[in-house]
Design a protein around this ligand. Structure first.
Ligand SMILES: [Zn+2]
Length: 102
C-alpha cells in the first residue's frame, strides 16, 4: 500500500511502524525512528479542527487525525475543537484534502 496511490483513490492512509508502532508523518518508506517497515491503514475518523481561517468565502484549516495534522479546505463553519471528517482527498503534486465539520 502506498500513500500517494491510495490518496489518489480517495483513501487517506497512514503508515505505522510494525516494530515500534510510531505513526509516521509525513509519509515515508521506512519508520523515521527505527527504520522498521510500515504498515498502512486508513486514518481513524473523525479528526479535530485545530485552527482555520476564512478568506473570500473559503475556509482552510488544520485538522488532526491520530496526532497527524493535515491542511485542507473546510466545508461549514468550524468551531474550536470541532469534529471533522474527510469528504474528499486526492494527490496532485501534494496531498489535497477537503473536510466537513459536524
Ligand atoms: Zn519504528
Amino acid at each position: 500500500m502506498n500513500f500517494e496511490s491510495e490518496l489518489k483513490q480517495g483513501r487517506f492512509v497512514v503508515g505505522k511502524c510494525t516494530k515500534c508502532h510510531n505513526t509516521n508523518w509525513p509519509p515515508s518508506e521506512y519508520c523515521s525512528k527505527c527504520f522498521g517497515e510500515l504498515s498502512y491503514s486508513p486514518v481513524k475518523e473523525p479528526g479535530i479542527v485545530i485552527e482555520w481561517s476564512s478568506k473570500d468565502g473559503q475556509t482552510f484549516g488544520i485538522v488532526e487525525f491520530e496526532g497527524i495534522r493535515v491542511m485542507g479546505a473546510i466545508q461549514g463553519t468550524p468551531k474550536q475543537g470541532q469534529k471533522a471528517k474527510i469528504t474528499n482527498c486526492t494527490f496532485d503534486g501534494s496531498p489535497k484534502f477537503t473536510f466537513s465539520v459536524f
